[in-house]
Design a protein. Structure first.
Length: 579
């Protein structure tokens, strides 16, 4: 049994069969071949070995001519390993006697060899890399054009991968993907956000571990604690199965809050709305008793399609959400592409620092035809229900005014053509940078509402790449600098009489609910799965108590102190509710 600690980004516990996706995109599930197909599969394995051998020989000869025999000896060693009689016998036996799929036989056998090398002294341990090179070459030749996509998964699995992009995550089939864990990644990444929206338990930032597991092996993924357990023993499996059942019992109890308002014990009504990426998620929000959709992330129309969406594509998605939510409000954020959310096609050159580059509203204002297409669709949807528009990552007053000018121009064009829309559709902006917080007293006069995006606000305040596991410990919502920016933003909005919402991951964690209420927040937008717990906390506290908690937190000077304090307050609340 091997226990790995990573970063919890989407809650939930699941037990299932591993599907290993390595850094080159290979999917190697545990698959068996029919007895009648064994000879055919052995021929395919032999062909792959022969082609791999020829590739190694070509590399050896090229290096021999360029650098000499000393360097060509590396490839000679690879050839010797590939044709080792013991290895070839094991591969053949795995297919003939155990009926393993050749790809699975190669991965399982060679990873076991590599593990043996890794456990030896430092000089010999380096030979494990040679084993992995041979494995990848064999897999490339075995899979060829048969390489499958993540969308083709058709049986329950837990995905173990080097990394997953937001678009790959968005295409996961929730019927079969029970959870995923990655070597890379950090808190607040958009991959994590999508996983939470899809309600798929996820752990990221585990570091190198794929060499320790083969497809088909049992795995426990604890998205609450950020733990992944490989080859768990029966006692551990039994303990986690009990935890899964307990979670189901708690969820059933919280379901009773669906039709009750999120109202504090002293009578203050809190609006709890849902975050969505896809129209299908509206039903999840409604079933938990949401007050509307506080954040509809529209960039996934782009990330999940090989072509740019048309105006009708946009309108179809938006109108489906508006009709599904009935008379409740829907806040549609214009596309927030860039940073770790890139288009499916390759760009001619990559930005050196995409988080500080051409993204979000900057990209929209640079790509006006694309921006206008989206604005037309949003305005058309506003004729159907209570639609509000939200501009992301606004950092300067000029950006906000330019976006509003484009919107006004699109309104004029629709009016000229007799196309229905709401001319008084509320317009808001995201508060996600220190610049927006500092200048909010100026911004607030030109918008109908603001939405504080804590994920980016934490990133830019603390100068921490939220997708980088190397600095993940610095990305902390409890940092006093972040709390002070939240306080200023909510104070400015309250004094101006402008509604303020918090829509980042911070608002979806019950640990921060009392703090946010104490800072003055009266509307939050959270993942559908978090709505019942947030409601329960709101209905268990008074605003006066929350103000006291906020004042104490603001007086602290370290994130560690704040986090410990908030956890203690949460534990007390839970113990009181149980009593």
């Amino acid at each position: 049994m091997l226990k790995l600690q990573g970063i919890a980004v989407s809650p939930g516990v699941t037990i299932g069969e591993a599907l290993v996706l390595d850094s080159e995109g290979f999917r190697i599930p545990r698959r068996f071949v029919a007895r009648s197909a064994v000879d055919t599969e052995l021929e395919r394995l032999a062909t792959a070995v022969a082609e791999t051998s020829r590739e190694i020989e070509r590399n050896r000869d090229a290096i021999q001519a360029e650098l000499g025999g000393q360097y060509a000896a590396i490839f000679a060693a690879h050839l010797a390993m590939l044709h080792d009689a013991k290895l070839q016998a094991e591969l053949t036996s795995a297919v003939r006697d155990k009926n393993f799929w050749p790809e699975y036989a190669v991965s399982r056998t060679l990873r076991r060899y590599a593990k043996v090398f890794q456990n030896l002294d430092n000089h010999i341990a380096q030979r494990a890399h040679d084993i992995y090179d041979i494995e990848k070459s064999l897999l490339r030749n075995l899979l060829g054009q048969r390489r499958e996509t993540l969308a083709a998964i058709s049986q329950p699995v837990i995905i173990l991968a080097h990394n997953l992009t937001p678009s790959e995550t968005a295409n996961l089939d929730r019927r079969f993907v029970q959870g995923f864990a990655t070597e890379l990644g950090g808190p607040g990444s958009h991959t994590a956000i999508v996983a939470e929206g899809l309600e798929i338990p996820a752990v990221v930032g585990l570091g190198p571990f794929l060499a320790d597991v083969s497809g088909g092996e049992p795995v426990i993924l604890d998205g609450n604690q950020g733990v992944v357990i490989l080859q768990p023993d029966e006692e551990t499996i039994a303990r986690y199965r009990l935890e899964v059942e307990t979670a189901r019992t708690v969820a059933a109890r919280l379901d009773g809050l669906r039709d009750l308002p999120a109202e504090t014990t002293d009578g203050v009504r809190i609006q709890v709305t849902g975050n969505i990426e896809f129209p299908s998620e509206v039903e999840q929000c409604l079933s938990r008793g949401c007050d509307g959709i506080g954040l509809y992330r529209t960039e996934f129309l782009y990330l999940t399609s090989p072509r740019e969406p048309t105006e009708e594509d946009h309108f179809a998605a938006y109108s489906e959400v508006v009709r599904s939510i009935k008379n409740k409000p829907v806040v549609i954020r214009t596309l927030d592409l860039g940073a770790d959310k890139m288009r499916t096609e390759k760009t001619p050159e990559e930005e050196r620092n995409p988080c500080l580059g051409l993204r979000s509203i900057r990209l929209s204002l640079r790509q006006l035809p694309m921006f206008r297409t989206q604005l037309r669709a949003i305005l058309r949807a506003s004729a159907i229900g209570d639609v509000r528009i939200l501009f992301p990552l606004v950092s300067t007053i000029v950006e906000l005014r330019q976006a509003r000018m484009v919107l006004a121009d699109v309104m004029e064009d629709l009016a000229e053509h007799g196309i229905a829309f709401n001319p008084k559709m509320p317009v808001g902006m995201m508060v996600e940078t220190p610049a927006a917080v500092i200048m909010l007293d100026a911004f607030i006069r030109e918008v109908d509402f603001v939405s504080i995006g804590t994920n980016d606000l934490i990133q830019y305040t603390l100068a921490v790449d939220r997708g980088n596991k190397e600095v993940a410990d610095l990305y902390n919502a409890c940092d006093p600098a972040v709390l002070r920016q939240l306080r200023r933003s909510l104070d400015v909005a309250r004094e101006a009489g402008v509604p303020a919402n918090v829509c980042g991951q911070m608002s979806g964690s019950v640990m921060y609910t009392q703090l946010l209420l104490g800072l003055g927040l009266r509307q939050m937008s959270v993942p559908a799965s978090a709505i019942p717990e947030i409601k329960q906390v709101c209905r268990s506290v008074s605003v006066a108590e929350c103000r006291g908690i906020a004042e104490r937190a603001l007086a602290m000077d370290s994130a560690r102190e704040v986090k410990a304090f908030l956890r203690d307050q949460m534990r007390r609340l839970l113990s009181e509710s149980v009593a």
